[in-house]
Design a protein around this ligand. Structure first.
Ligand code: SF4
Length: 433
């Protein structure tokens, strides 16, 4: 029977030739990732059910990445990191990226591929809803809760219902004023925040394969904003080049692709050359508007960062617009990881590093972490501590998401955010690129 990419991975990890949507199967985990917000809870569940002196099922497959509430004086946040530290030492976990050491990385979803923990055909469970980001590498990657993660930590497997697969095909050449963020905001605007509830979202088409790996990660990152169980893109040479350069432990992996004739529960085709820059207005990622419709809306702040909008591709795009200009509103730049922080210090555009471009424009640059994407403690860099309006490259704009409950957050591509930072109002990147 022809299978989709997601079905093939789940079949291969449940020792079956085939699975169908709705089947419940035990799925073997290749990697379990946790971070400082959910790690302590996961460890608590693991110890409660497997025993205080139990060992994780495979110490090489547990990856621990503190990233959320890092650069803060908040005692509870600091205590959470300390819990991870003690657990990693006790279990002798090799892949622990501790704060305050040269191994510190930053945002888990970008740290995972950078450190070689994402491989085609694998199953990645993570205690974070944006674990779906790693579907860009042709694997089944999904977010799970602390209870499930505590179980995976001890047993190395999880009871999973096979999702039906939706297919989104992008054709055509992406214009220079559009980015993957515009594509995924267009999809979420079309199908709504519950449009893909418990379904796999597979992306295909020449418009997808023309994107670099970071942009493909942006597509998969936001499937959860439509309720998706996972996002996935079949690997090509771009994926394999990246994975083969990074693969931690040089683990073997299998490349799967959807079979011709595989069953999709939904299909939608986009011509990317005809799309416009879009934003998601407050207070939902599906509250889409074309930039042209709300151009001129007054803003107080711009924010460029997070797992969906704090990668090198995002900063290159923002720098194209900010070079030689001055921002009119408070603008915060937060690299997702330490590798990206180094990248913006080293990579140049017209003789200036990206960091120099941002600083000359008047932007403030923070340490790699989730920072204000999730609000965090009140001393978090870039946090919205007042009821202000912010345009952001992040992925969620629910009330209170970036701090103050009455703050208004507009989600947009780094090009649109940078253009808006320069004008102080929502601006169309077509006027700048
Ligand atoms: S950057 Fe934001 S969305 Fe990504 S993992 Fe951190 S808090 Fe979550």
């Amino acid at each position: 029977m022809p299978l989709t990419l997601t079905e093939k991975i789940l079949a291969s990890h449940s020792q079956r030739d085939s699975v169908s949507p709705g089947d419940n199967v035990w799925v073997d985990a290749d990697v379990l990732m946790t971070h400082d917000v959910c790690g302590p809870g996961t460890i608590g569940v693991f110890k409660q059910h497997f025993g205080a002196s139990a060992k994780v099922w495979d110490r090489e497959k547990v990856v621990i990445i503190p990233d959320h509430y890092i650069f803060t004086a908040d005692k509870m946040a600091n205590r959470n990191v300390e819990v991870l530290r003690q657990f990693a030492a006790e279990q002798n976990i090799p892949y622990f990226y501790d704060v305050g050491t040269p191994r510190y990385k930053g945002v888990c979803h970008i740290a995972l591929p950078e450190e070689g923990h994402t491989r085609p055909g694998e199953v990645l469970f993570g205690t974070d809803s944006h674990t779906c980001t790693a579907g860009a590498f042709g694997e089944f990657a999904t977010g799970i809760g602390n209870t499930d993660a505590g179980f995976v930590m001890g047993a190395g497997k999880l009871w999973v219902k096979v999702p039906p697969t939706m297919r989104f095909v992008f054709h055509g050449e992406l214009p220079p004023y559009l980015m993957a963020k515009d594509l995924i905001l267009a999809v979420i605007g079309d199908i709504g925040c519950d449009g893909a509830t418990y379904q796999a979202m597979e992306f295909d088409g020449d418009g997808v394969y023309a994107l670099n790996i970071e942009e493909r990660m942006t597509l998969c990152n936001m499937v959860i904003e439509a309720g998706g169980k996972n996002g996935v893109i079949a690997p090509d040479h771009v994926t394999l080049d990246f994975v083969n350069r990074r693969n931690a432990g040089n683990r073997p992996y299998n490349v799967h692709r959807s079979d011709p004739g595989a069953r999709y529960c939904f299909e939608k085709v986009y011509d990317v050359s005809k799309l416009e820059p879009v934003v998601a207005k407050p207070h939902s990622p599906d509250n889409r508007a074309a930039v042209s419709e709300i151009q001129g809306t007054k803003l107080d702040r711009a924010y460029i960062g997070s797992c969906t909008g704090g990668k090198m591709t995002d900063f290159r795009a923002a720098a194209r617009i900010l070079a030689g200009k001055t921002v009119k509103i408070d603008t915060f730049v937060v690299p997702a990881t330490s590798e990206i922080a180094r990248g913006i210090r080293e990579e140049k555009l017209n003789g200036k590093t990206l960091e120099q471009i941002f600083q000359s424009a008047g932007a403030k640059i923070g340490e790699p972490s989730c920072a204000a994407c999730l609000g965090g403690p009140s001393d978090t860099f870039g946090r919205l501590n007042q009821a202000i309006s912010c345009i952001s490259t992040t992925n969620r704009n629910f009330p209170g998401r970036m701090g103050h409950k009455e703050a208004r957050v507009f989600l947009a591509s780094p090009l649109t955010v940078a253009a808006s930072a320069v004008t102080g109002t929502i601006a169309d990147p077509r006027e700048f690129v």
